[in-house]
Ligand binder design. Structure first.
Ligand SMILES: [Mg+2]
Length: 200
């Protein structure tokens, strides 16, 4: 089976990267949760929206070095490959940050893929696609003939142009039970993916 995988917040987990980078960049109150929402709401509350934008450029650029492979993702991807499935990364993220230094965010992601995934024998060059818009991403899912696509964003799976022949799976590690739809099946952890292939 051809299986497409989203990248940000599906394969790459930013929890510890956010905590570490926020600590480096800002003088945060000690009680503040070092989470995406904690940091974002704190900066917004102080009228520092632009700092939040700059933070995201750092996070998806050089801060990627602190990002981790989601729990269970590496083992699951290796298992699926061993079973003969073909895996593709199909991601959309902006090429350069909206503010701050003009890092090449696609290159930062490709570098991370090389170090964290390709070093394990996963993903050849023609199995990795970083695109700039959701439209391009959805089109690529169809062009590659993915029979299944895993993403953390419902709006990708519910997109009007999402291929009818692709089964959408939502990755929702925080609240898997609250998110359901006729468009997709929801899983809360990577290890729930392989059983779905046989159940389908
Ligand atoms: Mg994502």
């Amino acid at each position: 089976m051809r299986i497409g995988l989203d990248f940000d917040n599906t394969i790459a987990c930013y929890d510890s990267a956010i905590a570490r980078l926020a600590e480096d960049m800002f003088d945060l109150p000690s009680h503040l949760p070092r989470t995406k929402l904690g940091v974002r709401d704190y900066l917004r509350g102080q009228g520092r929206e632009s700092d939040w934008t700059i933070f995201q450029g750092e996070l998806y650029g050089p801060g990627m070095q602190y990002a981790e492979v989601y729990q269970g993702a590496l083992e699951t991807m290796l298992l699926l490959c061993a079973e003969g499935h073909e895996l593709f990364i199909i991601s959309h993220r902006s090429k350069t940050p909206y503010a701050g230094p003009s890092y090449d965010l696609h290159e930062a992601a490709r570098c991370w893929v090389k170090q964290r995934l390709q070093s394990h024998g996963l993903f050849s060059k023609d199995q990795v696609y970083f695109l700039e818009s959701k439209n391009e991403k959805v089109r690529m899912i169809g062009m590659l003939g993915c029979e299944l696509f895993l993403d953390d964003l419902p709006e990708v799976l519910e997109d009007a142009d999402f291929p009818l022949t692709t089964r959408g799976i939502l990755f929702a590690p925080v609240s898997p039970k609250e998110l359901s739809s006729t468009h997709f099946t929801t899983i809360g952890q990577w290890t729930s993916l392989p059983p779905l292939l046989t159940a389908a």
